[in-house]
Design a protein around this ligand. Structure first.
Ligand SMILES: Nc1ncnc2c1ncn2[C@@H]1O[C@H](COP(=O)(O)OP(=O)(O)O[C@H]2O[C@H](CO)[C@@H](O)[C@H](O)[C@H]2O)[C@@H](O)[C@H]1O
Length: 278
């Protein structure tokens, strides 16, 4: 575990356990990060077993993820770091045309297979875009008239591959490595991550590139308190057996998942899944 992850996980763990001990309450009520001293005091107060069980509470609870209120819409600021709308002009077969586009980041996604437990590792998170897709017909101009009882936020909690945007100039496999640690809590060297293929997302609006990676992890690669996202991210890590994963791909399903997720699962089942027992 790197120092950064240790401090981050101690801070989050202590903030989760607001009633567990005085030091937890102290860290929880302040905006400062926890220190190694906090961790030491906490360990002496609650014993090492208390810390371990504390770390297990680290992953995001669905109630926190779905605690969504005060939804409303506004215009996109011109300095958005994530989405830049513009118009693309061209002449095709002698005819003037144009297309309205979004400049967005390219991205990576990773199929993670835990070989110790023979489980695929996925993430769940609340996706504003999916929620908007669900409610857009009756949300009103500013989004304030949404009936939250009719459309609970849980409807827009997606099941996805671990993924992330390419927002810094490092090899994409290293970005994949960071996402596997930050979102799912497995610390693996980049050499263990295999590049599978790349494809275009959002061909109607962005045409951004996504590269799919594959990594096999073991229980021993797990950093106890890592995973669940960094900063303000609320991500739940879930595991699916091969049988459960196969059921996701059944005809007639309507999934709250992006196509890249289904592609990744089907790629794994076709190319890497251990054969089903007769
Ligand atoms: N539009 C936006 N508005 C505001 N904040 C934003 C934002 N996009 C990203 N962010 C911020 O950037 C953080 C990091 O995002 P990630 O790298 O985890 O990508 P994400 O998982 O959203 O999408 C990844 O997973 C999905 C599903 O596979 C892919 O479609 C996608 O290309 C890939 O990056 C988010 O937690 C959020 O704070």
């Amino acid at each position: 575990m790197t120092g950064k992850y240790f401090i981050m996980s101690i801070t989050r763990t202590l903030k989760t356990l607001t009633t567990a001990s005085p030091v937890c309450r102290q860290v929880a009520s302040s905006s400062r990060p926890a220190t190694v001293r906090d961790a030491t005091v906490f360990v002496s107060q609650r014993s090492i077993f208390g810390l371990i069980s504390c770390c297990k509470l680290f992953s995001t609870s669905s109630s926190a993820m779905e605690d969504i209120t005060n939804i409303h819409y506004g215009p996109l600021p011109a300095d958005s770091p994530y989405v830049k709308p513009f118009r693309f002009y061209y002449t095709q077969n002698g005819k003037q045309k144009n297309w309205d586009l979004l400049k967005v980041h390219d991205s990576v996604s990773i199929v993670i297979f835990n070989v110790t437990r023979q489980k695929l590792v996925f993430v769940k998170q609340f996706r504003p875009a999916v929620y908007h897709g669900l409610v857009s017909a009756e949300a009103g101009e500013d989004g304030r008239s949404i009936d939250m009882k009719k459309f609970p936020p849980s409807l827009a909690v997606t099941l996805e591959l671990c993924a992330g945007i390419v927002d810094k100039p490092i090899p994409w496999v290293d970005i994949a490595r960071e996402e596997v640690l930050e979102e799912c809590g497995y610390d693996v060297l980049s050499e263990r991550i295999e590049e599978i293929m790349s494809y275009r997302s959002g061909v109607g609006t962005s045409g951004s590139l996504q590269t799919l990676f594959y990594v096999e992890v073991k229980d021993e690669d797990k950093v106890p308190a890592a995973g669940g996202g960094v900063d303000d991210e609320l991500i739940e890590v879930v595991e699916y057996s091969l049988e459960e994963a196969r059921k996701l791909t059944a005809k007639g399903n309507v999934l709250t998942s992006p196509p890249s997720f289904l592609f990744g699962v089907l790629w794994f089942l076709t190319n890497r899944a251990p054969p089903a027992k007769a």
